[in-house]
Write a protein that binds this ligand. Sequence first.
Ligand SMILES: C[S@@+](CC[C@H](N)C(=O)[O-])C[C@H]1O[C@@H](n2cnc3c(N)ncnc32)[C@H](O)[C@@H]1O
Length: 443
Amino acid sequence: MKETINGKCVDYTFDGQGIVKNNGKVIFVPGLLKDEEATIEILYQKKDFDVGRIVKINTFSPFRIKPKCPCSTACGGCCFQALDYQEQLKLKFNHASDTLKKIGGISKGISNIYGMEYPYEYRNKIQIPFGFDRQKRIIYGFYKYKSHDIVPIENCAIEDKVHVNILKTIKELMRTMHIDPYNEDTRRGVVRHVLIRHGKVSNETMVVFVVNQLMFPSRKNFVKELVKQNPYISTVVFNLNDRDTNVILGSKEDVVYGSGFIYDTLCGIRFKISSKSFYQVNHDQCEVLYNLAIKEAELKPTDIVLDAYCGIGTIGLIASKQCKTVDGVEIIKEAIYDATNNAKYNGITNAKFVCDDASNYMMNKKYDVVFVDPPRKGLDDPFLKSLLKNEPNKIIYVSCDVGTLARDLKLLKIKYDVKSINLVDMFPHTFHVEAVVSLVLKH
Ligand SMILES: C[S@@+](CC[C@H](N)C(=O)[O-])C[C@H]1O[C@@H](n2cnc3c(N)ncnc32)[C@H](O)[C@@H]1O
């Protein structure tokens, strides 16, 4: 029998798990809210911490609400669905302030956190694993926290409702046409993941099957039937991933229906999006984020601008209307191809895009304003050194990880004043938040 203890949640981990202290040891308890007291079963013990599960909550938080999604505790996607949304915003605000102070030594306060009016059904992209349950029935859903066990979810509360029927049809067609999900242990089966992207403004939908083999019997009929039952699907792509890896997409693709990409409009500009391009998952909050970034840059018609880590050119193309020229740099070649075409479709002639490592590209380049929007790991040393050496007048740092942002700001503040910090809640019910920091060169 596993050990149980009674304990009180005193705080959260960086990824939203409740923290309980017991005899000097920390227990991580998913789903337990701050100030709640609970009976906790210890699931496993490590040298520095234990991991537990709630058996019974004995004292409830006044901010506990009924989650919209029945699987919210089992699925590793949303850790805060049971916490009132305004409290989630306060929590993210306080956590970001503390992190910026502790890691970055940043004393400037955060001006605002921009939340959503309706914080559900916002995810325009999902990547869903398929598998079998114990009765060998096909299931799809999300991985349980820190595992590869699929929690079956047919109606996720944060995903765009367009996805729901497509996934149901796929499951039913796989069942009737005997197309098996891929099994990671035996390395047999066909369908590993299904990726769906929906353009909120364009209403175009892309379905990508990540498969272990590109060809299989009845593939043509499978796609034909899928599109017949979901006529709003604009394109279907098969992506080959036959490696033993956690990376979802492989490199080889076969477009079997439509053009292989979709369009969507952000801040008045139309973007072409392919399966591998980075495109923010929350359309409406993304507009809030980009508008903030551009506003804080206070661009002048004479400004020479860099959009570093530019993806499909979103920030740079929006900025291009207000400055002299924009260069964009990005490591994924498909995204650069899309960015270049996006400039053309929108009649933008003062922006050009280069496929390169941002740090490599940044050496010895002079810009008035630099936008950076790196992945979670933040900026690397060579990039930071180039920024400090080349001294753009302004840096607008868009970040999806406050920890690495704080680390980078600690270095940048040698030469830059932090003028403003704003947060945008792009991912309600998760622990993630986006930050926009505006930095001005000290004189
Ligand atoms: C957070 S996304 C931002 C993309 C874009 N600014 C947007 O909002 O859609 C980060 C981008 O950085 C790119 N990236 C990652 N490492 C890079 C590197 N070393 N050099 C250039 N780009 C990189 C990724 O491919 C991704 O498109």
